[in-house]
Ligand binder design. Structure first.
Ligand code: T4K
Length: 368
């Protein structure tokens, strides 16, 4: 058994020898950024791998979301989930829009379509939903609601790289889906991200938004940002893409083993992967319920005392943060399921090379 620290995740990397020839090409060409050859190659390769048409690489997942919100031309109120990483709501607020929180479903901790429909007002312009932990939202119902009310639909798919449902990518849904390629994600380029657009016009708007709004040397028709991915990150991405299915398989094995070995512990409830979903096993979220022998935070601390750094993704609930808690929709009475789940959630360490010995250490603490 090992006794070093075990973190919630551990990024996977290609062999350094495989990266060096790509770095030599960058050094030779001196093309470091601004849609260079590796950037072009990765956009094409990702579109083919993900089974979507329009991919724009981005500097990170947060800027991907901001660009999608910008490209969608939103105004007023945006219906969104309080149960996510802070980037989701911050992207809405930084775009000078008003987040309106609605509750999640206990089954997958994703936004509840009934609650979305009930929250629509004449100021609503979009729904920003999150495929939390990579489990798909009810995209059909959300699409239907968006179409009936003339709303834009954006999916924060930061956790959903490579996820398929009934054999099809979930990234083709809605107007835009945004991805994160951060070090902690199942597919990483150190920092990075992408936007998948539902149309070529959508991709053109994203490509403008990520490059200062520049159309050509002499025309700058839009107010854009700088959210471009560099050639280094893109070259790394090409190598990571070759390894992704191996990565997914390693994570799947660890996920399966946890589910088997935790199944008899009362009050530890792993979130189910819905039928028909090919997951990417980004996280291993469990709900620590009233039936467990101690509280979620006591368990978190017991793990920590043993050098195991599980994480409470996503606690605190975004609606409780100082800049959001005064919104009318942030009232806990409006968000009972999200509030309860944020108090109970714990993400156990999960990554492709998490060995059985380390996994047994985690399980031993859970057994007490
Ligand atoms: N939307 C959603 C739904 C998201 O979850 C995120 C990001 C975004 C949007 C925005 O995407 P980006 O702009 O980040 O591309 C982490 C990540 O920084 C963040 O990307 C992620 N979600 C969020 C869920 O988790 P922290 O503050 O918990 O990360 P940190 O630094 O504590 O890392 C966790 C553990 O991972 C460490 O204990 C050790 C390990 N680690 C981490 C890094 C950075 C490594 O082994 N190597 C590393 O380089 O936020």
């Amino acid at each position: 058994m090992t006794n070093g620290p075990i973190y919630v995740t551990r990024p996977s990397l290609p062999p350094l020898e495989a990266l060096l020839p790509l770095l030599e090409r960058i050094w030779d060409s001196r093309i470091l950024t601004n849609q260079g050859p590796f950037h072009q190659q990765l956009e094409t390769a990702l579109a083919a791998f993900l089974g979507v048409e329009h991919v724009s690489l981005m500097a990170n997942g947060m800027l991907a979301l901001e660009a999608a919100i910008d490209a969608a031309g939103l105004t007023g109120e945006i219906i969104t989930t309080p149960y996510s990483f802070v980037a989701t709501t911050h992207a809405v607020r930084r775009s000078r829009l008003e987040p309106v929180f609605v509750d999640v479903r206990r089954s997958d901790l994703n936004i509840d379509p009934d609650a979305v429909e009930a929250a629509i007002t004449d100021r609503t312009s979009a729904i920003v939903a999150v495929h939390c932990y990579g489990n798909p939202c009810d995209t059909n119902r959300l699409q239907d609601i968006a179409a009936r009310h003339g709303l834009k639909l954006i999916f924060d798919a930061a956790h959903a790289f490579g996820v398929r449902r009934d054999g099809r990518s979930i990234l083709g849904e809605g107007d835009f889906s945004t991805l994160s390629f951060h070090a902690t994600k199942a597919f990483n380029t150190f920092e990075g991200g992408a936007v998948v657009a539902g149309s070529s016009a959508g991709k053109a708007a994203i490509d403008s938004a990520r490059n200062f709004g520049i159309a050509d040397e002499v025309s700058i028709p839009a107010v854009g940002s700088n959210a471009k991915m560099s050639e280094f990150n893109a070259a790394l991405g090409l190598l990571q893409l070759e390894r992704f299915e191996t990565e997914r398989e390693g994570r799947r094995r660890a996920d399966e083993r946890y589910r088997r070995l935790l199944s008899d512990i009362a009050g530890i409830e792993p979130l189910a992967i819905p039928p028909g979903v090919e997951a990417n096993f980004s996280y291993f979220p469990v709900l620590v319920t009233e039936d467990y022998r101690c509280s979620r935070d006591e368990l978190y601390n017991a793990l920590k005392a043993d050098g195991i750094y599980a994480r409470r993704y996503f606690y605190p609930l975004l609606a409780t943060l100082p800049m959001y808690r005064d919104l009318p929709s942030a009232n806990p009475a409006n968000l009972p399921m999200a509030t309860r789940s944020a108090e109970q959630i714990l993400c156990l360490p999960l990554y492709a090379d998490l060995g059985p010995d380390d996994q047994d250490r985690v399980i031993a603490v859970l057994r007490g």
